[in-house]
Design a protein around this ligand. Structure first.
Ligand SMILES: [Zn+2]
Length: 473
């Protein structure tokens, strides 16, 4: 077998790609390929043509999966074409995404690893830097996420995570039913929520005209409004709810808006998101994520603990202060998850009594209202009792917490009534926060967002050999 034939089979770069030459450089195998297809394809759309504008003078190159200890570089002389939409473009290749210096197989490996392992492992193993990884996962994310992820949303949660340092935020939309993050953007508050609703129901007037110039026309979409029974030509879940229109009436866009299907939106107690939801989805129930109530109770406890610690320090008892500083986690963790040593520390705090122990029991009481198996009536009674306990607590952070809970009581009860319980949101929240920490080294919010979406979103990442086995690679 000739070397070029052997490499064609090894690299499987796609139909019409032939290996012309194989060279060995310094630690790198350089494989020169040629595109043997008649039609030139625009890298950014479906447009293809036989007309060649010219040939790009420089060679293009891509990094492919390593071959043993050798780096592998693909080189190719590409032609250029004139796309009626995108103008002069260098032709697309089947083995790489447009504007990428890496093959699809390589990017696929990067994305898979990035969602599973730490920065040092992946940069050392693949010999690329973290910023490049950020750019790669952004491309993979745009390509691989389920395009229908916003189609069937009923109960959603809207929340922000801080990214990088303080005051860098990402707003995320979680689908409570699928337990996945389905949308995100940089920033937070009402503006971010508005951006979500705009993407959920884009203004028909502002969508770009269809790409058609010089293209074979697609047959028109089948009609999907049928009065009786399911439409035979539209797969279930892809149509829009049917409605009869009276004479001389225009179709009301609010009826078919995807926001009109939302039944519940959960959020924190800061208020920015509620405004936007009331405007765009006025019929949806606004609930308060139990996760955030517990988080607020934890913050109040931490405030009491810190005040006490500072007091110990000012009493010039550094030993006591240091011992107490380590107590942070035994106070914040769930009692059933404590290690033996942490449990002993907690028992000491209990024996000492005082403000910190009182704050701890109040925090546990807040958590208690969201225990699984409680009926709505139970919770109503518990909240009532909790509110009077908090009001009488003589601890400022908890008195404030009580006021906040009283103000959002209806939202908290709505969450329990609709089954948006703490367990359901906490797991996803913890996963998101873990990933966000890993994304600190990225240069852009978009890269951080891509890592969250690839890890917690509607996407299945495969390794190159799995794609090959599936027959799609
Ligand atoms: Zn194009």
């Amino acid at each position: 077998m000739r070397v070029t034939t052997a490499f064609s089979r090894l690299l499987r770069l796609g139909k019409g790609v032939v290996v012309k030459k194989v060279q060995f450089g310094r630690g790198t195998v350089i494989v020169e390929v040629a595109l043997r297809r008649r039609r030139l394809v625009c890298p950014e759309c479906e447009f293809s043509t036989r007309a060649r504008k010219d040939t790009r003078p420089e060679m293009s190159s891509w990094r492919h999966l390593d071959l043993g200890v050798w780096r592998l570089e693909i080189r190719c002389q590409r032609r250029r074409l004139w796309c009626p939409v995108h103008g002069a473009r260098t032709e697309g290749v089947p083995f790489a995404r447009p504007l990428s210096d890496f093959t699809r197989d390589f990017e696929c490996l990067v994305a898979w690893l990035a969602t599973r392992t730490d920065k040092t492992t992946i940069t050392r193993m693949l010999r690329i830097d973290w910023r490049t990884i950020g750019r790669i996962i952004k491309r993979v994310c745009e390509d691989e996420l389920d395009p229908d992820r916003l189609a069937e949303l009923y109960e959603i949660g809207i929340d922000e995570v801080s990214w990088k340092k303080q005051h860098n935020y990402l707003t995320l939309i979680a689908d409570h039913r699928r337990r996945q993050v389905v949308w995100g953007c940089g920033g937070k508050g009402q503006k971010a929520a508005d951006a979500f609703f705009t993407e959920l129901d884009p203004d028909p007037a502002s969508s770009p005209p269809p790409v058609s110039a010089g293209q074979p026309r697609q047959p028109p979409e089948p009609a999907i409004m049928v009065p009786f029974g399911p439409c035979p030509t539209v797969p279930a879940g892809h149509g829009i709810p049917a409605a009869w229109l009276g004479p001389d009436r225009e179709l009301d866009l609010a009826i078919v808006a995807r926001a009109s299907r939302l039944t519940a939106v959960s959020m924190d107690m800061t208020g920015g998101y509620a405004k936007s939801v009331r405007h765009h989805a006025p019929h949806a129930t606004i609930c308060i994520d139990p996760y955030h109530v517990v988080q607020l109770a934890n913050q109040a406890l931490d405030e009491v603990r810190r005040a006490y610690w500072n007091e110990l320090r000012s009493l010039a008892d550094p030993d006591a202060a240091k011992r107490f500083k380590d107590s942070r986690w035994c106070l914040l963790k769930r009692p059933e998850k404590l290690t033996d040593e942490q449990a002993a520390t907690l028992a000491r705090i209990k024996a000492a009594g005082g403000e910190v122990w009182r704050a701890y029991t109040l925090k546990e009481a807040v958590r208690g209202i969201f225990e699984a198996g409680l009926s709505l009536e139970d919770v109503e009674v518990l909240i009532k009792r909790l509110l009077s306990r908090l009001a009488r607590s003589r601890l400022d952070p908890f008195i404030r917490l009580g006021k906040t809970i009283r103000k959002h009581r209806d939202g908290i009860l709505a969450a329990i009534r609709l089954g948006i319980n703490q367990g359901r949101t906490e797991a996803l929240n913890n996963k998101v926060r873990l990933i966000t920490r890993r994304a600190y080294g990225f240069h852009s919010a978009q890269a951080a967002l891509a890592l969250i979406m690839l890890t917690c979103g509607p996407v299945t990442l495969h390794l190159p050999h799995e794609l090959y086995a599936l027959g799609t690679g």
